[in-house]
Design a protein around this ligand. Structure first.
Ligand SMILES: [Zn+2]
Length: 412
């Protein structure tokens, strides 16, 4: 039987940060960890070998996008997402809630679900908690997220309450459909699923789980919503904990337009409201300073498209803030993007060369910056983990943040 588990190896003595290990059917993730985003089953411009070389352990894909193209049933027929994209490590799929509410047009929300038009061809579609569970089952990621109602970050209390309570009702339906699929194997097409779908949470980690048959056991994570309203967040967390013995918890609806102090305040609230024994995943948050602030508040997993999106736009993360490689000051700069970075870009290429690639529209340029940026966040979390294990997270993160903010960001 393939199992999920989470063990906290050490909690930092001076704060709430913890170093842990999250076991999945496709391997163990050392936490805190940044998950690179492969929206369309591809971390843009990066090969799975690049990701392994930089030490990435878990990646993310998106149910909305893969449902529209190439179709989740096709992915299932080809052996599931792991085989389809040649990544044999842990994968998480986002449910598509965020995309339906941000990308799709003509959406109408009712209690049953959301009707929208595809951003690709305008075709009319409908997502319900049940249909999204079947899509995520077909894709076959290790961790799947509930379908939720996502709202802008500065929404008022009434709007946030309405969306949060709907998300909780949808969570019940996700849970029921997830369990029904597991016992009956109703997901359409493909090989018959095994019956060990409902994974079991164990207190200690099993080493080297055997390769999983498809579809593998999956863990369904609920998502805590509630906007920037502390009492709504507490209520949602409490209700969610009463609904099921979850394997982990998603924190949604942050980094969607609210002020950073509001995000940090809500994370403080949720650190107390969520069990310390289970992994916490802060969804869609991936700027370096937010990762460090999140780790200080007990977050274990992060994801964001920022490193690859900004890389394609010519922006690099460095320990001294962001850097726009296209600026004239780098024209003859022989230094790497970051002096002590051991990524495949910084070990070989100068700022001047990468700037030249961008100005000449050479695709290697955006690939090198994407590679550096993902490597930057993956290794940032590795260094945070090491600091926690040394019992020095507070001083390490103070120094890191001071340096990162010490210089105005030089991004166009
Ligand atoms: Zn680098």
């Amino acid at each position: 039987m393939h199992r999920f588990g989470f063990e906290v190896k050490l909690e930092d003595g001076s704060g709430r940060a913890r170093a842990g290990r999250f076991a999945t059917p496709h391997g163990i993730v050392q936490t805190p960890a940044f998950m690179a985003v492969g929206t369309l089953a591809s971390v843009k411009s990066l090969d799975p070998d690049d990701l392994r070389a930089m030490g990435a352990e878990m990646i993310l894909a998106n149910a909305y996008h893969l449902h529209l193209r190439p179709g989740d049933e096709l992915v299932r027929a080809l052996g599931g997402l792991h085989r389809f994209m040649a990544w044999d490590g842990p994968i998480l799929t986002d449910s598509g809630g965020f995309q339906v509410f941000s990308l799709a047009t003509l959406r109408s929300v009712d209690e049953d679900g959301v009707e929208f038009r595809s951003h690709l061809d305008g075709s009319r579609r409908r997502f319900t908690p049940e249909s999204v569970m079947r899509i995520e089952r077909n894709l076959g990621a290790d961790v799947i997220m509930q379908f939720d109602h996502v709202i802008p970050g500065q929404s008022d209390e009434a709007t946030a309450r309405d969306a949060s309570e709907r998300s909780l009702r949808w969570l019940v339906r996700c849970r029921d459909e997830f369990e029904r699929i597991g016992s009956e194997g109703v997901a359409s097409g493909g090989p018959p699923p095994n019956n060990n779908v409902t994974a079991r949470f164990v207190d200690s980690i099993i080493e080297a789980p055997p390769p999983s048959p498809f579809p593998p056991p999956q863990a369904l994570f609920p998502i805590v919503q509630g906007g920037i309203h502390e009492h709504l967040r507490r209520e949602a967390a409490s209700t969610i904990r009463d609904l099921h013995d979850w394997l982990g918890f998603g924190i949604g609806g942050l980094s969607v337009g609210e002020a950073k102090p509001d995000m940090y305040r809500i994370l403080d609230v949720l650190d107390d409201a969520l069990p310390r024994t289970h992994p916490r995943y802060l969804m869609g948050v991936g700027f370096p300073e937010d990762l460090v602030e999140g780790v200080r508040r007990g977050v274990d997993l992060f994801d964001c498209v920022a490193p690859t999106r900004m890389g394609r736009n010519g922006t690099a993360f460095t320990s001294d803030g962001r850097l726009n490689i296209k600026r004239a000051e780098f024209k003859d700069d022989a230094r790497p993007i970051e002096q002590d970075c051991d990524c495949a870009a910084c070990k070989r290429f100068s700022r001047a060369y990468i700037r030249h690639l961008f100005l000449a529209d050479e695709i290697l340029g955006l690939r090198l910056l994407s590679l550096h940026n993902v490597h930057f966040l993956v290794s940032l979390m590795r260094r945070a983990r090491e600091a926690i294990l040394r019992g020095e997270l507070a001083s390490w993160s103070d120094a890191w943040l001071a340096r990162y903010h010490s210089r105005p960001t030089i991004s166009a």
